[in-house]
Ligand binder design. Structure first.
Ligand code: DC
Length: 225
């Protein structure tokens, strides 16, 4: 039996930074499920599929073989034999991932891969539906969130550090839109699992959030959960 930790929450809540740190502390494997949806989106873009063409997405997604590998502890996503990790953060890939990830066929395929990874190793997995759908028996479930304002500010500062000029107001609007899409979609909407612990990171440092999750994990383990 493996031990799994599920971290869900809206875009920009800091899930990947936190999940990576928790995984390192516990010597678990970090699994970024958003990257899998992005790899699928990249494949669809390369096949010139329109984001609205649901029938075509269902047909074409069957041809995308997505696998995960690790290089120096960092997750790599392999698409039909090619390491595509470097292309996944592009804006257009994110947009296509947002449009294609609600598709039931796409989800079926990627959820199966995620469940297989969690059966084979102790993982910290982050996404939108990990606690509710992918790993309903995870030892620890965290719903990590932060206010829209704070998430927008973090993203704005990140872009500033990268030398990209942007507008805080625009970022805030786009985060709000993304939240609505994620929460209101029919298939696997973003919501807190009943047995998930809510962690609001608005007023917390990364270290504090990591410590909070580790302490929930230790407590659950002591009480034999
Ligand atoms: O977390 P991210 O931005 O890398 O995710 C990319 C897209 O995939 C985003 O639109 C949400 C979606 N996603 C999903 O539907 N289910 C997951 N478990 C992870 C991500």
């Amino acid at each position: 039996m493996t031990t799994n930790i599920a971290i869900d929450g809206p875009a920009g809540a800091g899930k990947s930074t936190i999940a990576k740190r928790v995984a390192r502390e516990l010597s678990f494997i970090y699994v970024d499920t958003g990257a899998m949806y992005r790899a699928m989106a990249l494949y669809l873009l390369r096949q010139n599929i329109e984001a609205q063409d649901t029938a075509k997405i269902e047909e074409i997604c069957e041809q995308a073989d997505i696998a995960i590998a690790y290089e120096s502890g960092e997750q790599q996503v392999i698409l039909n034999g090619e390491n595509v990790t470097a292309y996944l953060r592009a804006e257009e890939v994110g947009k296509m991932a947002s449009a294609s990830s609600p598709n039931a066929k796409v989800r079926e395929k990627l959820v199966a891969l995620q469940q297989k990874l969690a059966r084979e190793a102790d993982v910290v997995m982050d996404g939108r539906d990990i606690g509710t759908k992918v790993l309903p028996d995870a030892a620890v479930k965290i719903y990590l969130t932060a206010s829209v304002r704070i998430r927008a500010m973090r993203r704005y500062q990140e872009l500033q550090r990268e030398g990209v000029s942007s507008s805080l107001e625009e970022i805030e609007k786009s985060i709000q839109k993304r939240d609505e899409q994620d929460k209101n979609r029919e298939n696997s909407p973003l919501r807190q699992a009943e047995d998930a612990v809510l962690v609001d990171s608005s007023e917390m440092t990364i270290d504090q959030v990591v410590e909070e999750i580790l302490s929930i994990y230790r407590k659950n383990r002591e009480s034999g959960l």
